[in-house]
Each structure stands twice: as structure tokens, then as C-alpha cells.
Design a binder for this molecule. Structure first.
Ligand SMILES: Cc1cc2nc3c(=O)[nH]c(=O)nc-3n(C[C@H](O)[C@H](O)[C@H](O)COP(=O)(O)OP(=O)(O)OC[C@H]3O[C@@H](n4cnc5c(N)ncnc54)[C@H](O)[C@@H]3O)c2cc1C
Length: 608
């Protein structure tokens, strides 16, 4: 029998980013005992890296804004594949969640009148992103942490959950290990909220940190939940391309929101060429109008000028940059130029301090004096655990999910700023859902079965006893090659078939990974476990992408370049575990009620 320590809580939240912290705060505010488990140190979650801002229709800068327009922009951005109810709740509740953050101590940038300042972002019709320079995530995490810690949440840091435990169909616990010394830990609980973030580390060029290894996606899948819309992986248009050590690091959309201009190596401002016909009317017609929009924004004055073409949605800008480079109009290092140096240097440093330092320190480029080189980077996954919109519960009783590891909210493409708002809206709802579920169970604690713990330990220890096993780093490199070559920004049937076959082969390698040394400070051993999670997401992405025979949002097929409203616009892809196989289905989208559908028939929704 394995040695492990045991803790018992009503609710366990896995992940201490924005979604996990907000869920934990909510569940604990209802008088429940809550354990918050995170793989890194508290305060290091991915959310801390968020730069541009949090989207909420406060209408502080553009008075015309309202939740209806935010809802409409989100659905249009997601190419109508979003779960409409999630998009509605998100747009309606985001303003309250932002005001709540402010009440709890977040210090946002201000308008001249002292209200929360909002900036423009791609796909948002009005200036909607509340921000703290380009360090919004840091301020948000600081605020939520303060709140959570003072509320008495129990935090377990540097602890990785490797298995969810069940009593029959329902959740009974979570098992894992502490990363420093590999000691095992069992959390007995009534409900688990997964808030583990994304999957970026399955691609070689990514803005994501080491923590994004698809853990929540895989934990939920293994426990019997299904993963929806996994084909929709967002490649952010602007990551750093040089030097190689920082390739993929994010260049916030805030740069374009502040007036950044994209040009190819010939000096052409190319984005006008790539605006979809349907949205062209929303953008400035020429350089003069775009410049007037920037000047009016800088001076804080009203203007009829429409926004510059660089503020098209991310999927569109990423494809545009990819195409410019592929057709030979890229820069020396395989990107394009993003220029904000025509603005006053002090303003650039004030509004984009992290970007200024990032380029100065890492690439020796002064962005106030010249352009940056940028290119697409894997940034975000729209797909994730299928949840109920109101409670965030998955198909497994007692298992909830929120934040980037949950699916549905963003459809085929996420708008910038809509993740931070998603975290607090649905983090709160997941915490409330889990608390209600745990309260209903009352004193009846589900049983944890010793045989399940033994199996979890055996699985973790296998690579340590496998002499001459495959090197996990080599295996991850192979995964990178497969995903970037066969399931990248542009996809086609043959490539994906090859990719899926190669992933099947890779599964065999993953089953044979081995690592030297002990459990003490052993990142190679951690990677052995992470690979098991990443392969679930990689396979779900490849199979879902292969099955969707159209192009939509972040999913671009060379062999099916059109969007098919009638067939594919009506279904989500769904992956679930069927013995040793992954089952893929197409399930009907929830039907949007007529009053909301009407928004898409009128020019601009009326709002209160
Ligand atoms: C550079 C960058 C800038 C961004 N800027 C913006 C922006 O301006 N606006 C916006 O809306 N969005 C932005 N995003 C996206 C947004 O930051 C993320 O989608 C969001 O922060 C995800 O939050 P989360 O709570 O779901 O997960 P995270 O904040 O990543 O937290 C995940 C947590 O799960 C823990 N975890 C993972 N696996 C396990 C496990 N097995 N066991 C225990 N713990 C585990 C991790 O340790 C971590 O605590 C940005 C993303 C990046 C990369």
C-alpha cells in the first residue's frame, strides 16, 4: 500500500488562476471548507501573464455599449458556435464582476472623470477592455489572492493532481503529488472544480507557460466527461519571432488597440486586403480615417472614425500574417512588422510598459524608436470540458469546470479580453454550483477506493522503474513536430490523417517513457505524466479538426475553405472516452431563443 497524506474538504478546486481563485472564493463564502490546489506557487498561474485587459460592457468610454452588443460581438467572434447561454451570462455579468474586483481592491487605469478606463480590442465594437496598463492579469490575481487567502481558503502549492477518483458515477476525490519531493497526497471531497487552464505546450511555438499541459482536459476526459470543440485552437497573430529563445512570447493585442500598424517587408499596410466582406463596413476605409481614430482615442474625444483594420478578429489577423510570410513578404526572421513608434514615446512606455521592457531586454529593440517583428503563436484553446452554462457542472456528477479548460463560451474563436471576464463570471458560477452540490450531499461523504489509489500510484511510478525507456523530452519534441506540421493554422484531410496516424504511434512511445533518478526535484518525471495529458488533447484536436469539413473561426481548412452554415454551423464536435478509444460525435448546438436571435437580424441591439 502506498504512503500518502490525506486532506478532506467539501470542495477541491484544481488551479489557482483567475477561474480557480474566483471559484474557491465563492464556494468558501458559502461556509464550506475549500482546498485550492495548484501546480506552481500561488500567484504564478497563467492569468498573471494577461496583458491587454478584461472585457465588460461598462460603457465608460463609449456610451453606446451594453451587454447586448457584447453578446453579439462574442457570438459573431465565435462564428455563432458559442453556447449562447454562456455568452449571454458572460456579457450580462461581466460588468458586475469587474466592479467587484474594483471593490476588492483592483486599481484599474482611469478616465479623466475617474471612471474605469476602457480600450479598443479586436472584434469588440466599442472600447470595452478595462485594464491596468498591460499588466491587468497581475492586478487581477493579486486582488483575488488577497480576497481568497483572507477568507480562509486552504492552499496546496506545487502540487499536481494526476487522477480524479470516483465512487460509482460521482466524484469522491483527487489524487496527486507534491512536485518538490514527489510525496503523494489524497484529497477526499464531494465536488471538484477544474480550473487548470489550456493546452499550449503541445505546440512548439506558444505564448503559454510550462503549466499548460492540458491537465484538466485529460482529467475530465478520463473521468467520463466529454470535450467539445477541440479543433478550435487560437493562434494569436502577434508573438515575438526573434530571438529564438523567446519565440512565441506574446505581444499583446493592446499594441494594436493603442494604434499599432502592421506592415509587410515591402512596407505595405496589408490588413485591408484580408478584411472579410461581411465586416468591412466596420473598419476605417483608408489610412486617413484610421489615423483619425487613433488621434481621437489619444485625445479622448468623440469621433465618427471607424477602427483600423488591425483590429479585426484574431483568427483573421493570424491568417493574414501567415499568408504574407508564406507568400514571401515576411521579415528576415519570418514575421511581419508591428509599429507603434510613430506615437509619443512617453505614452507608449506608460500604456505598454511590459511590451517596452520585453522587447528592450529580450530582443534589444526599442519599440518607441522602431517596429517589432511579430508572427502567430499558439495562444488559447476554445475547446474544453462540456459544462452546463448556469452551474458549470460537467456530465460527471460533482465535477465542475471553469476558465480556459471549459468549452462552449467562445465558440470557434475567442475575442481578446473575453477570457479574463470568462474566468470571473464562470469561476463564480462554478464555485456556487460546486457548493450547492456539496451541500446537497450533506454528511454523506462519497467513498474513496484504495484500489484506485494503488492504480494512480502505479501509473505515476512506472517511468521510474523503466530502464532504457523512451526519453520524455524526445517524445514531446515529436508531438510538437506532429502538431505543427499536420494540425497547425491551415489544415487539410491528408495531412490530418497522417497526423492522427503519427499520434497513434506516439501513444506507444508515451507508454514506454522512462526516467532516471528519484521523485525528488525531477522535472523529467513530471513530464512523463504531463505527456499522458497532452496526448489526450492532441488527439482530440486532430480528430475533431479532421471531422469538421468546413472553415470556421480558428479552424482553417485548405480543402474546405468555406463556412457551412447549414450543416456544420449547427453542431459541436464532442470527444469522449470509450474504453481505450476516443469516441467522436457531432452534437446539436443548444437552440438560441428568438429574442436573442433577433439581435443578429437588427443592425444594433437596443439596450437599457
Ligand atoms: C501572455 C498572455 C496574455 C494574455 N492576455 C489576456 C488578456 O489581456 N485578456 C484576456 O482576457 N485573456 C488573456 N490571455 C488569456 C488568459 O490569460 C488565460 O486564458 C486565462 O488566464 C486562463 O485562466 P485560468 O484560470 O483558466 O487558468 P490559469 O490562470 O492558467 O491557471 C491554471 C492553474 O491550474 C494549475 N494547474 C494546472 N494543472 C494542474 C494540475 N494537474 N494540478 C494542480 N494544478 C494544476 C496551475 O498551476 C494554475 O494555478 C492571455 C494569455 C497569455 C498567455
Amino acid at each position: 500500500m502506498a504512503n500518502y497524506e490525506t486532506h478532506e474538504h467539501d470542495v477541491i478546486v484544481v488551479g489557482a488562476g483567475g477561474a480557480g481563485l474566483r471559484a474557491a472564493i465563492e464556494a468558501s463564502s458559502q461556509g464550506l471548507s475549500v482546498g485550492l490546489v495548484c501546480k506552481s506557487l500561488l500567484g504564478k498561474a497563467h492569468t498573471v501573464m494577461a496583458e491587454g485587459g478584461i472585457a465588460a460592457a461598462l460603457a465608460n468610454v463609449d456610451a453606446q455599449d451594453g451587454w447586448e452588443t457584447h453578446f453579439k460581438d462574442t457570438m459573431n467572434g465565435g462564428k455563432m458556435l458559442n453556447n449562447w447561454r454562456m455568452a449571454q451570462l458572460h456579457a450580462q455579468e461581466a460588468p458586475d464582476r469587474v466592479r467587484e474586483l474594483e471593490r476588492w481592491g483592483a486599481v484599474f487605469d482611469r478616465t479623466k472623470e475617474g471612471r474605469i478606463l476602457q480600450r479598443a480590442f479586436g472584434g469588440h465594437k466599442w472600447k470595452r477592455l478595462c485594464h491596468v496598463g498591460d499588466r491587468t492579469g497581475l492586478e487581477m490575481i493579486r486582488t483575488l489572492q488577497d480576497r481568497g487567502v483572507h477568507q480562509g481558503i486552504n492552499v496546496y502549492m506545487e502540487c499536481t493532481i494526476s487522477k480524479l477518483l470516483k465512487d460509482g458515477e460521482r466524484i469522491s476525490g483527487a489524487f496527486g503529488y507534491f512536485r518538490e519531493d514527489g510525496r503523494y497526497v489524497l484529497f477526499k471531497t464531494k465536488a471538484v472544480v477544474l480550473a487548470t487552464g489550456g493546452v499550449g505546450k503541445i505546440y512548439p511555438v506558444t505564448s503559454n507557460s510550462w503549466e499548460y499541459t492540458a491537465d484538466g482536459h485529460a482529467l475530465a476526459y478520463e473521468a467520463g466527461a466529454d470535450l467539445i470543440d477541440m479543433e478550435f485552437v487560437q493562434f494569436h497573430p502577434t508573438g515575438m519571432v526573434w530571438p529564438p529563445g523567446v519565440r512565441g512570447l506574446l505581444v499583446t493585442e493592446g499594441v494594436r488597440g493603442e494604434g499599432g500598424i502592421l506592415r509587410n517587408s515591402k512596407g505595405d499596410r496589408f490588413m485591408w486586403k484580408y478584411l472579410p466582406e461581411a465586416t468591412k463596413h466596420e473598419f476605417a476605409a483608408d489610412e486617413k480615417e484610421a489615423q483619425e481614430w487613433v488621434s481621437a482615442t489619444l485625445e479622448g474625444r468623440k469621433s465618427e472614425a471607424r477602427r483600423p483594420p488591425e483590429l479585426s478578429t484574431r483568427d483573421n489577423v493570424a491568417r493574414a500574417i501567415y499568408t504574407e510570410v508564406k507568400e514571401g513578404r515576411g521579415t528576415e526572421h519570418g514575421g511581419v512588422f508591428l509599429d507603434i513608434s510613430y506615437l509619443d514615446a512617453d505614452r507608449v512606455k506608460k500604456k505598454l510598459p511590459s511590451m517596452y521592457h520585453q522587447f528592450k531586454d529580450l530582443a534589444d529593440v526599442d519599440i518607441t524608436a522602431g517596429p517589432m517583428e511579430v508572427g502567430p503563436t499558439c495562444h488559447y484553446i476554445m475547446g474544453g470540458v462540456r459544462v452546463d452554462a448556469d452551474t458549470a457542472e460537467s456530465l460527471v456528477p460533482g465535477l465542475f469546470a471553469a476558465g480556459e479548460c471549459a468549452g462552449g463560451m467562445h465558440g470557434a474563436n475567442r475575442l481578446g479580453g473575453n477570457s479574463l471576464s470568462d474566468l470571473v463570471v464562470f469561476g463564480r458560477r462554478a464555485g456556487a454550483g460546486a457548493a450547492e452540490y456539496a451541500k446537497k450531499l450533506g454528511a454523506s461523504q462519497p467513498t474513496v477506493h484504495e484500489r484506485d489509489i494503488d492504480a494512480a500510484v502505479e501509473e505515476l511510478e512506472a517511468p521510474l522503474s523503466r530502464t532504457g525507456g523512451k526519453n520524455p523530452y524526445d517524445v514531446q519534441k515529436k508531438m510538437h513536430e506532429i502538431m505543427s506540421t499536420y494540425v497547425g493554422i491551415f489544415r487539410d484531410e491528408k495531412d490530418m490523417e497522417t497526423g492522427i496516424a503519427k499520434l497513434e504511434e506516439l501513444k506507444k512511445d508515451i507508454a514506454e517513457v522512462g526516467v532516471a533518478g528519484s521523485k525528488l526535484y525531477n522535472p523529467g518525471w513530471h513530464l512523463c505524466r504531463d505527456l499522458k495529458n497532452m496526448i489526450v488533447a492532441a488527439e482530440a484536436i486532430a480528430r475533431s479538426a479532421h471531422s469538421r469539413k468546413e472553415s470556421r473561426g480558428a479552424h482553417s481548412r485548405l480543402d474546405y475553405p468555406n463556412t457551412d452554415k447549414e450543416k456544420w454551423g449547427k453542431v459541436n464536435t464532442s470527444c469522449s472516452k470509450d474504453g481505450d478509444k476516443m469516441k467522436l460525435e457531432h452534437t446539436a448546438l443548444p437552440t438560441m431563443p428568438d429574442d436573442l436571435r433577433a439581435f443578429f437580424e437588427q443592425k444594433e441591439p437596443a439596450h437599457a
